[in-house]
Design a protein around this ligand. Structure first.
Ligand SMILES: Nc1ncnc2c1ncn2[C@@H]1O[C@H](COP(=O)(O)OP(=O)(O)O)[C@@H](O)[C@H]1O
Ligand SMILES: [Mg+2]
Length: 363
């Protein structure tokens, strides 16, 4: 079973005063899943991947693959004993070897008989849409095709787990999107567990079954794309997963339970757990959850003025200002048009909001 279970994993480079690159990480990766480690540069994604692969040794914690402990205080299995393949950012195919020679390498190392190896290589090249290109040199291929050679080379030895470190970041935008779809299909077809690293939230949302959002070496949230986008665990996650408005408000008791008062208007947002009436909070609102209408505000609607707009083709983005001066962004269908200076009223789709205690605010 190609599951990975990570418990309390930590890694320091150099002195402990410098802080941990990865700190107390717990992660359960199920079989046949596409799991993405997502976070800004320096948050510990590559370190985590290299700890899983066995290229570096942790300072604390355990890693299990299936029911086997591959890394603990008792010992650390070398990379070639972990049943994993790895694909790097700079896909590093051998420039002087043909596509076939690049891909067959791991099979020869494992002493697979020549004819069986040939068949496996050709099948794998077909799988990554490189059929017929086996005699080409990497210099005769596009960037996307070279990346597919690197993928084929890792996949041909049938690893239970494939680790991928920002494998698409060297490709141009269009190709990246195409390869994104191919990677997802490849994972589904092979049933291999993919652990994928990226700093690109759109890529993570598009590809993953589960996303582990990391920040400062720590796991912030582990959940489905919908979870991390629509139900972020904290402000760091809300902020990293696309555009978000943080509207300052106060928790208040209303006829239907707790709500958040923003500019004197009660927004029936989901107020959870420890938040009580009177608590200063930030209401996290995605731009697509703000609806605009012409005219003065009525019940439950916030008065605002359009201060700027950007036409983006498939949508229009508005900058708005509430009476209190708070600025926010909204995105609407391009057929709904408002102009700079328009007085509008806003309703907020409360189901898509999150509420967080305001940092530094005394209760
Ligand atoms: N070989 C190294 N020596 C010292 N510090 C390192 C080394 N590799 C990474 N770091 C530091 O560890 C932290 C996490 O790095 P890394 O795992 O590469 O992040 P990411 O892949 O998310 O960009 C960063 O602060 C980085 O500077
Ligand atoms: Mg990295």
């Amino acid at each position: 079973m190609a599951t990975i279970q990570i418990n309390n994993l930590s890694k320091f480079y150099g002195s402990k005063e410098g802080g941990a690159a990865v700190s107390g990480l717990n992660l359960d990766i199920r079989d046949n899943q596409f799991v993405t480690l997502l976070g800004p540069s320096g948050c510990g994604k590559t370190t985590t991947l290299r700890l899983i692969a066995g290229y570096i040794t942790p300072d604390a914690g355990t890693i299990r693959v299936g029911d086997r402990v591959v890394s603990s205080a008792d010992g650390v299995a070398p990379p070639d004993r972990r049943g994993m393949g790895m694909v790097f950012q700079n896909y590093a195919v051998w420039p002087h070897k043909t596509v076939f020679e690049n891909v067959v390498f791991g099979l020869r190392l494992r002493k697979v008989p020549a004819e069986a190896a040939r068949r496996k290589v050709l099948d794998m090249l077909a799988m990554v849409n490189l059929a017929g290109l086996e005699d080409r040199l990497p210099s005769e291929l596009s960037g996307g095709q070279q990346q597919r050679v690197a993928l084929a080379r890792s996949l041909v030895v049938e690893p239970g787990i494939l680790l991928l470190d920002e494998p698409l970041s060297n490709l141009d935008a269009k190709l990246r999107e195409k390869m994104r779809t191919e990677l997802k299909q490849l994972q589904r077809r092979t049933g291999i567990t993919f652990v994928y690293v990226t700093h690109d939230q759109a890529e993570a949302l598009a590809l993953s079954d589960q996303i582990a959002v990391m920040h400062g070496g720590e796991l912030q949230q582990y959940g489905s794309p919908d979870d991390v986008y629509r139900r972020p665990a904290n402000k760091i996650v809300a902020d990293f997963m696309g555009i978000v408005n943080f509207l300052p408000g106060t928790v208040e008791a209303g006829p239907n339970g707790l709500a958040v008062a923003v500019d004197g208007v009660a927004v029936p947002a989901p107020v959870h757990g420890t938040l009580a009436a009177g608590q200063p909070v930030d209401l996290a609102v995605r731009p697509e959850s703000v609806r605009l209408a012409v005219g003065e505000a009525g019940t439950g609607r916030l008065a605002a003025t359009v201060t700027d707009m950007t036409y983006l083709g498939n949508l229009v983005e508005y900058w708005l200002q509430l009476e209190s001066g708070t600025a926010l962004r909204a995105q609407t269908h391009p057929l709904e048009r408002f102009s700079v200076g328009d007085r509008v009223n806003l309703s907020i789709d409360a189901a898509d909001c999150s509420v967080f205690p305001r940092a530094g605010a005394a209760h």
